[in-house]
Each structure stands twice: as C-alpha cells, then as structure tokens.
Design a protein around this ligand. Structure first.
Ligand code: SAH
Ligand code: SF4
Length: 341
C-alpha cells in the first residue's frame, strides 16, 4: 500500500527527495502546498516539475478520512470520521474568543479502561497513524473554512500508548512550513504512562502536558483508573516532579468531578497535600454523564467548594468551561454515540 503523504515529517520528505536525486528544498515546497495553500492535488503543485509530480503520485496517496456525521451548537462542532479501513473516530472543534481549538483522537478505542470514560468502553482496535490525526485537523479546517490555532490530544485513546505516531503528528503540525501550530498551543493528555512521560521529557518539544489524576490516593484511583495498579500515584508524582525539573513546560492536573466519588472536601485537602509545592495547576472538569449512568456530575456548588479549598491551600486551580456538554461533545466522552448510527 502507498504511504499517505500527510504521514511524513518534513525531514522524511527531504530524505525522500534526496534519495530520488532531487534537492531537499522540494520538501518545503510540497509542505507549503499541503499545509499552507491547502492544495491536495499533486497535479496542481505548479512549482514541481511534471516528472516529479508523477513520481510523487506513484509513491504516495493523499486519501482523506471522511466526515460521516457532524453535530453542532454555537460553540462546538463534533465530527464523526470514517477511516479508510472503515473504523470510526471523533474530533471536536471549540470556538473560543482567542481562536479555534480542536480535540483530536489518537487511537480507535482505548485499552486503559477508566470506569467513567465512554472512550474506554471500547477496547483499542488499533493505533491511529500520524496522517489520520493530521487529517482530523485538515478536513475540519476545510469543512468549516477556518484555521485551527490550538490542539488538545484528548479525544479517543491514550496518546502515550501510541507514542511514535503522536510524536510524528506533533512534528508535522508544529513545523513552520507545516500547519505551524506552536508547541505552546499543543496539549497532550495522558492517564499516566510513566516510562513514556520520561521519554517525552527528553524531547526538545515545548508542548503542554496534562495528567489525568482524578483521585488523591491509590485506593480511589485504583477503582477509577486501572492504570494506577501499574503506575501508582507516588510514582506518577515523582515522574511529574522529574518532568518539571528537566523541562520548563507547564503541567496541568486534570481532575474530573464525580458526584460523591472524588469531590469531598477531604479529597480536596488530600489533593492539595499531594500537589503542594509543585509547579502545576489543577483543572477541575465537570463530568459529562455517559449513557452507562454509573457516575453523576458533581453539583456546581460542590465544584466551587472543592475549588475554594484547593485555592486556600495554595494550589492553582481552574474549572473547565463546559463546552459541548449539551451535545455530549466534550473531549473524553467521544465515541459513545457512534454505535448508534
Ligand atoms: N487518554 C487520555 C486522553 C483522552 S481523555 C487521558 O485519559 O488523559 C481526556 C480527558 O477527559 C481525561 O482527563 C479524561 O479523564 C477525561 N474524561 C473522560 N471521560 C469524561 C467524561 N465523561 N466527562 C468529562 N471528562 C472525561
Ligand atoms: Fe482511555 Fe483516557 Fe478514557 Fe481513560 S480517560 S479510558 S485513558 S481515553
């Protein structure tokens, strides 16, 4: 099968051109066509000679993932995509006053099995290739005629369980001749695959890291997130400390507010103690109730009381605006409705 042209980093494309006896700046020209001029027909790459155009067409495909369904309200659009092998994934666009952001999926399904998560109900079928993540952005930009300014990797899947393709994806969208999305506008969220967090810390990429913590102790986190039985809280906090000490990057702690599960003031105090002195901030996420009905969203009052307790204890804290909750579009709750179409 031909490789998809959207799967190549600029360096790989340069290598390709050198291998076929061409100058490597051709890679920059191709990148400009694809990512800046949004020209997806090789025959229209007018500064590339015909012979090379034919070679490119023979060696690469430019097949795009297809939009099969779109749900929208005034602030978000949720897209259901069909991949070339008939698997389905989702992405969400959020329109903020500072620009458009997108939440992309990294895998078909997820193996981490978090109890509250709709994505985790579907076992991982396969990893997404880098081009399938790049194309979530390109196809949506084309559909809405917009530019995406920031990217969160918080859709279906555990990105660090698809490490190589995620890094490739980040390099492609971050490239100045690619989509030129600044590293500080890219956030990767993980349930806490510690060895990969260490790997990530060694890369010269200034992306933001978000850690899905969701509980202040092992007893509770074990119940909510099976991954904690392999990588427990103490090891995770140590990994965060090490990450902060070798990078100057921002770490966010995600904490989804589950009614009567992890939202007590005792939990808030325990969380504050755990995170004291770390250069992080906590993002309290209102839970989007899923069909299974096992968990309920904490009330606004409880979330505010939790927030106040953290603040008083000196922890930086925000609450996520509830984008998309009315169309069950928020990141982390994707894929739930897919089987119904
Ligand atoms: N697998 C990665 C990234 C995808 S999930 C991770 O777990 O971090 C993105 C975020 O959405 C995670 O913090 C996840 O815990 C949260 N999430 C999952 N289901 C949710 C729901 N129903 N409502 C709100 N947030 C949810
Ligand atoms: Fe997977 Fe993240 Fe959902 Fe957990 S919260 S099941 S890691 S997508």
């Amino acid at each position: 099968m031909k490789r998809n042209l959207f799967d190549l980093t600029k360096e790989e494309l340069e290598e390709y051109f050198l291998n076929i006896g061409e100058k490597k700046f051709k890679a920059t020209q191709v990148y400009e066509w694809l990512y800046q001029k949004k020209e997806f027909n090789i025959a229209n790459f007018s500064n590339i000679k015909k012979e090379i155009q034919t070679k490119l067409s023979n060696d690469f495909s430019l097949d795009l993932i297809k939009i099969v369904k779109k749900q929208e309200d005034n602030l978000t659009e949720k897209y259901l995509f069909k991949l070339l092998d008939d698997n389905y994934i989702e992405a969400v666009v959020m329109h903020h006053d500072y620009g458009n952001s997108i939440c992309v999926s990294s895998q078909v399904g997820c193996n981490m099995g978090c109890k509250f998560c709709a994505s985790g109900k579907l076992k991982k079928v396969r990893n997404l290739e880098a081009y399938e993540i790049v194309e979530q952005i390109l196809v949506i930009e084309q559909d809405l005629n917009i530019r995406i300014k920031s990217v969160v990797i918080m859709g279906i899947g555990e990105p660090l369980d698809n490490y190589d393709n995620i890094i490739r994806f980040i390099k492609i969208i971050n490239d100045a001749k690619g989509l030129a999305i600044g590293a500080r506008h890219i956030t990767l969220s993980t349930s806490g695959l510690i060895p990969k967090i260490y790997e990530l810390s060694k890369l010269p990429l200034q992306i933001n890291l978000a850690i899905s913590l969701h509980a202040p102790n092992n007893e509770l986190r074990n119940k909510l997130m099976p991954v904690n039985k392999v990588y427990n809280i103490e090891a995770l906090i140590q990994a965060i400390k090490d990450y902060l000490s070798v990078t100057s990057r921002r770490v966010t702690i995600e904490y989804v507010m589950l009614d009567n599960v992890n939202d007590s003031l005792e939990c808030a105090l325990e969380l504050a103690k755990l995170l004291k002195g770390l250069n992080i901030y906590v993002n309290l996420i209102p839970y989007n109730e899923t069909n299974s009905g096992d968990f309920k969203r904490s009330s606004r009052n409880k979330i505010m009381a939790f927030y106040d307790t953290l603040k008083k204890a000196g922890i930086n804290c925000t609450t996520r605006r509830e984008f998309g909750s009315n169309i069950d579009a928020a990141c982390g709750q994707l894929r739930g409705s897919m089987n119904k179409i």
